[in-house]
Design a protein around this ligand. Structure first.
Ligand code: FES
Length: 227
């Protein structure tokens, strides 16, 4: 049987499996901590979005999705330091994001729109976090089933994680570094036919409009259904 540990989160007593992450323990106890890139089913925490900062007694500011619980841990989600880091991480995330939401097909279903009020951040371009001028990047339509919009992608890595979980090896991956970081979708039909189960989870899990199905995905799913 898995050992249980007792901790407190915002003075609320919480019990969790030893080794569980603080974020999961909080969510299971009904305590909300902002988060975006966290996938409970992933073997290793990704820790990319930095929206889940909390303060832990004796450890300082940590990301709740990467830090395990332990006996007697004292966690605070509401300190000024944690809130400031979460807001900064969010502003960096939207600094180059196309915020013309009315023209976006994901408008009103976008996770950024839900997170902004929780983080007390206005969903408008934070000019102080921009180092480069605005540039509309071309869409990547080379994959027959998915369309990638780098102007709407926030590089949360959820599509990469879910594809790895489903297939053992992701058909989507990060390329380049820094401001040039993008997602690359496999456009090799051999790789796609051999490895893509056409589950559509990469599109379903995308929190923004970064990934969109192309008509080929439906065709592939129909074909898979016949087999
Ligand atoms: S949810 Fe913790 S870093 Fe993204």
């Amino acid at each position: 049987m898995t050992e249980r540990v007792k901790l407190t989160i915002d003075d609320i007593p919480v019990e969790a499996d030893k080794g569980a992450k603080i974020l999961q323990a909080a969510l299971d106890a009904g305590i909300y901590i902002p988060h975006l890139c966290y996938l409970p089913e992933a073997d290793l925490p990704f820790g990319g979005c930095r929206l889940c900062y909390v303060e832990v007694e004796g450890r300082g500011l940590v990301t709740a999705c990467t830090q395990p619980v332990s006996e007697g841990l004292v966690v605070r989600t509401d300190t000024p330091g944690a809130a400031r880091l979460r807001r900064t991480a969010f502003k960096l995330m939207i600094a180059y994001h196309d915020l013309d939401c009315r023209k976006c097909w994901k408008n009103k279903k976008c996770e950024l729109q839900k997170l902004a009020p929780k983080l007390k951040v206005k969903l408008k371009t934070p000019e102080e976090f921009r180092a480069l001028p605005t540039e509309q990047l071309p869409l990547d339509t080379t994959n027959p089933y998915l369309r990638y919009d780098p102007n709407r992608c926030v590089l949360c890595g959820k599509c990469v994680q879910i594809c790895t979980i489903r297939n053992g090896k992701s058909l989507i991956d990060f390329v380049n570094r820094g401001y040039e970081t993008r997602l690359a979708l496999s456009s090799s039909m051999t790789l796609i036919e051999e490895n893509c189960p056409s589950c559509g989870q990469c599109v379903a899990i995308c929190p923004t409009a970064g990934l969109e199905p192309q008509s080929g995905l439906e065709a592939l799913m129909d074909r898979t259904g016949e087999e």
